[in-house]
Ligand binder design. Structure first.
Ligand SMILES: [Zn+2]
Length: 316
């Protein structure tokens, strides 16, 4: 039965959150840096608040200081897919170049793109297609969003296909709309982290006000039938990251993936930040199965993963 096998695609991973934990620990020790308690807690699969996650995420960002590390991180992402077998494998990979290059000044944009390009080409030789989505930080505001596009658009690598917001959902999507418009006009597809650390209504606003075609998480919208209908009617792709949601959405309760799927929402699985919140695609698949999904629902997860993945368009 095909549903015995995990999906071939990681529909949502962040480059920065994919560094190997053992490597981070080693580098921190070499640099004499204390690993933050928040990161230690996440490595132990404890539940923490989103502000704590941001601290852990920014800490690991500080280790992406060369093209070689960027390339190695992509290798780590590939290693977390289901093993090679039948069917093309792929990753939709988020990255926040402005934070790495400008705010953190950890490496140059040329170094980041060179390392990623080498990693992406190497993956492709192994039959793994990788598309990159540029992530702007919602709570840094739209001035930051404009700067992200100023940085990326002039010499955009061919594997950059999308624009997204992440971070704390503090700035309303209607305010972000002009930034999303500019990204769309530059040929980028649009996604947003929404309904994760902010209210479910952010999902509606991201779709209707900012025009996104893809939602990351959306867990807080699962109890609102009108938003579920909107997601289903518009065929919005939804990236579902079970381990991440369990760690960062303290009042989540049972994971709403079954409710989302049963409402006709096109969900697929992602690892999100597997170097911060340890997991891989086979593990996420086991978590999905543990939610009591039917064979048909599991098959839907696999089908959506391929049909809606932006990396698959690069391989067409
Ligand atoms: Zn994410």
């Amino acid at each position: 039965m095909p549903t015995k096998l995990p999906p071939r695609i990681d529909r949502h991973a962040h480059l920065e959150g994919s560094l190997d934990p053992a490597w981070i620990r080693l580098q921190a020790a070499k640099a004499g840096k204390q690993v933050p308690a928040t990161l230690e807690a996440l490595w132990r699969r404890e539940v923490i608040n989103f502000e704590g996650f941001i601290e852990a995420f920014f800490f690991v960002c500080g280790f992406i200081r060369s093209a070689e590390v960027a390339k190695e991180t992509i290798r780590a992402c590939v290693s977390r897919l289901a093993p090679p077998g039948e069917g093309t494998r792929g990753i939709d990979l988020w990255v926040s170049p402005h934070f790495l290059v400008k705010q953190g000044a950890f490496l140059s944009l040329d170094e980041l793109w060179r390392g990623m390009d080498e990693g992406i080409q190497e993956a492709r030789e192994q039959g793994v297609y990788i598309a990159v989505i540029i992530d702007a930080v919602n709570h840094f505001g739209i001035k930051h969003g404009k700067e992200v596009l100023d940085l990326v658009l002039p010499e955009k690598p061919s594997w950059v296909v999308g624009f997204s917001t992440g971070g704390l959902e503090r700035v309303p999507f209607r305010e972000w709309a002009p930034v999303f418009d500019r990204a769309r006009q530059a040929g980028l597809r649009l996604a947003a982290h929404a309904g994760e650390n902010g209210p479910g209504s952010n999902v509606r606003e991201a779709i209707l006000e900012a025009g996104v075609e893809r939602i990351v998480h959306g867990v807080r919208a699962a109890k609102d039938p009108a938003i579920l209908e909107l997601l289903a009617e518009r065929h919005i792709a939804l990236d579902s990251c079970i381990s991440s949601n369990r760690a960062l959405v303290p009042d989540l309760g049972p994971h709403p993936l079954p409710s989302l799927l049963r409402a006709g929402v096109r969900c697929a699985l992602g690892t999100d930040d597997p170097g911060v919140i340890p997991c891989d695609i086979p593990w996420e698949w086991q978590q999905a199965k543990g939610l009591g999904l039917s064979e048909i629902e599991l098959e839907a997860l696999r089908t959506h993963a391929v049909e809606d993945a932006w990396c698959m368009a690069l391989g067409a």
